[in-house]
Design a protein around this ligand. Structure first.
Ligand SMILES: *Cc1c(COP(=O)(O)O)cnc(C)c1O
Length: 433
């Protein structure tokens, strides 16, 4: 499979290059040149297949030309060491629980897959440096996905004072091949530093750099696995009409994977992108023009993104046609007070505990669902990851799962840096010695 750049000014790349480089040389995002449709027979029999069997079939369709089946299936099976169950919350509303992985957030799926694929492509040779900007959950998922993987070093850049204490512990206490860098700025500054690093000629000749943000094809494509599985599990419950899928969105990587699943033949009625106060995408749908801006801090902080990097992929996938996008996707914003209100009311009436991100998804889905439709929203993180917010909402205490409590016991270590590219570059050059 060849991968082209959404900016159209770079040569196409093979899978190895797309995975190890992350971003195309013209700053565009890589897209597969074709998206294989899965056969009717696969969809007909899907309800009888396990999550891993479904994931292996989908992985073959994306990556089968470039990686032998035994190796690819080993990567898939190692990645999916946990389930992504579909849990009924209300009569017609189901929660796709994506928080059962090691760091209790959906990014575990993509991060674990990418770490294994990168190892597959790079084994031996020079040290690979993975740069990742995080607004909270990406850093922990990537750091844990790569922890102890030989020949790879991970740098996690996070905005000072803007990630929750639990999130911070999940990447600052690991040690080994993980270095946490605390940037005096917001998430967009962290993302800008990472993007600049990939474009810096001197840095790239001195070091082998790669990205683990949701721009990497090895991170975003595997996320489609759980959308196929969700539809299979729904069918197993006797619900065969295509569902509405609502995804709490920040960088729009997760929803983008769902859109790819549809291109591969998965029947989805329509999509909803649930946003917090960062309203660039809903405004784009309303006006047809895309105007990025600095992010606003909210209670659903993993969605605090003012310039969603995967917008370029959606724009490209729909042939740069806003009406085509509108035909498939709607979008709405949820304020901080609505997040708190939704966590409280869902807990009270349905006995289901939402996290602030899932709360955005649940609220927007519930308000948009029409007569006769069945809806699935992604519950993207475990509520205990946002203990303070959730406890405030329900006026009660939230217990900490063992896996999460374990992170809190480690010693925190991070390198403080200004939001200045020169300082970041010097640090990297001196660190990889
Ligand atoms: C990253 C994240 C999101 C947003 O996902 P995108 O792929 O960036 O749109 C939503 N919820 C949680 C908990 C996250 O960590």
């Amino acid at each position: 499979m060849r991968y082209y750049s959404t900016n159209g000014k770079a040569a196409t790349a093979d899978l190895r290059t797309a995975v190890t480089k992350g971003l195309a040389p013209d700053r565009g995002l890589y897209m597969p040149q074709s998206i294989a449709k899965l056969p009717e027979s696969f969809f007909d029999g899907m309800a009888d297949l396990s999550f891993r069997e479904i994931a292996c079939t989908v992985a073959d369709a994306f990556f089968g030309e470039d990686i032998a089946p035994e190796q690819l299936h080993r990567i898939v099976n190692d990645t999916l060491s946990f389930d992504c169950p579909l849990v009924q919350v209300e009569d017609r509303i189901w929660s796709l629980e994506l928080f059962h992985g090691p760091t209790l957030a959906f990014k575990d799926v993509g991060a674990r897959f990418m770490a294994r694929m990168l190892q597959h492509f790079t084994g031996g040779g020079r040290r690979i440096n993975v740069l990742v900007a995080t607004s909270g959950d990406t850093g922990s998922a990537v750091a844990n996905g790569f922890l102890g993987v030989e020949g790879i070093h991970v740098y996690v850049l996070y905005p000072k004072g803007r990630v929750s204490p639990v999130q911070e512990c999940q990447f600052t206490t690991l040690g080994q091949n993980i270095t946490a860098i605390e940037i005096d700025g917001v998430f967009d500054d962290c993302q800008a530093l990472v993007k600049s690093a990939f474009l810096d000629t001197e840095l790239n000749s001195a070091l082998v750099l790669t990205s683990a943000n949701s721009i990497n094809v090895a991170r975003f494509l595997p996320q489609s696995f759980y959308y196929f599985n969700a539809c299979a599990r729904l069918r197993e419950q006797g619900i065969s009409e295509p569902p509405v899928i609502c995804v709490p969105s920040g960088n729009f990587g997760n929803i983008c994977s769902a859109l790819f699943a549809k291109r591969m033949g998965l029947e989805v009625k329509r999509f909803i992108a649930a946003c917090n106060a960062n309203s660039v995408f809903p405004e784009f749908l309303a006006s047809g023009s895309y105007s990025p801006r600095p992010s606003i801090a909210t209670l659903a902080n993993a969605m605090d993104v003012g310039d969603p990097s995967n917008f370029a992929r959606i724009w490209d996938l729909y042939g740069k046609d806003a009406d085509a996008i509108r035909a498939d996707i709607s979008s709405a914003c949820v304020s901080d007070s609505e997040i708190l209100g939704t966590i409280a009311s869902c807990y009270r009436s349905d006995g289901y505990l939402l996290d602030p991100h899932g709360a955005c998804g649940f609220k927007v889905l519930k308000e948009s669902l029409r007569e006769g439709e069945t809806g699935i929203f992604c519950e993207t993180a475990h509520p205990a990851k946002f203990k303070e917010t959730v406890e405030k909402a329900i006026g009660g205490s939230v217990s900490m799962p063992e896996r999460l409590a374990a992170f809190m016991k480690g010693e925190k270590r991070s390198v403080p840096l200004p939001r200045d590219f020169g300082a970041f570059k010097d640090f990297l050059l001196n660190d990889d010695k």
